[in-house]
Design a binder for this molecule. Structure first.
Ligand code: HEC
Length: 152
């Protein structure tokens, strides 16, 4: 009788322990998911990511984008968009020709960054008041064409 009692207790403890472990694992899962979730909203822009690029990346679009890039962007991001050391902005303007996008990697997110800048410092200025939307898409197509090249 007694042994049976202890056996039951043992099982119950074991089960409680298993539930505990399960709980801890799922709590970590939730924590991890929310941390990465927060990380993603801070860096990317889910709403802008849903925007589709209305301008096909034709040679004409890329050439037009390159012209605008050289006029407005090269001073900070470098003549080949490989990142700026020419300006005194710290940290310097990032490489736009690699495949790393701190502020989101979709066409829509890149468009959004160019149009609205990166707050709060706005070292990356908003260009929406100076460059028309179709031309911003041309610039998106231009920097994308560089990324494709460097990836081989
Ligand atoms: C005055 C300097 C300056 C000029 C001019 C400038 N940028 Fe930027 N840009 C920055 C800086 C600094 C950042 C980094 C901002 C950040 O992420 O905090 C940035 C970030 C970006 C990003 C995000 C990169 C990433 O990794 O997600 C894009 C895209 C971009 N710029 C495109 C452009 C384009 C296109 C133009 C021209 C229309 C332009 N920039 C003009 C300074 C500049």
């Amino acid at each position: 009788m007694r042994t049976l009692f202890f056996l039951c207790l043992g099982r119950r403890r074991l089960r409680a322990l298993l539930i505990d472990i399960g709980g801890i694992v799922s709590i970590w899962g939730i924590l991890l998911a929310s941390v990465t979730g927060i990380g993603m909203t801070a860096q990317g822009n889910p709403e802008a990511a849903r925007m589709t690029n209305p301008v096909a990346p034709s040679p004409e679009s890329i050439a037009a984008g390159k012209q605008i890039y050289q006029r407005y962007c090269a001073s900070c991001h470098g003549i080949n968009a490989e990142g700026g050391s020419g300006s005194d902005i710290s940290p310097p303007a990032p490489d736009l020709s690699d495949s790393e996008w701190k502020r989101g990697s979709t066409d829509g997110e890149i468009f959004f960054v160019i149009k609205n800048g990166v707050p709060p410092e706005l070292n990356m200025e908003p260009w929406g008041d100076r460059i028309k939307d179709p031309d911003i898409w041309n610039v998106v197509n231009y920097v994308r064409s560089l990324a494709k090249k460097s990836r081989g």
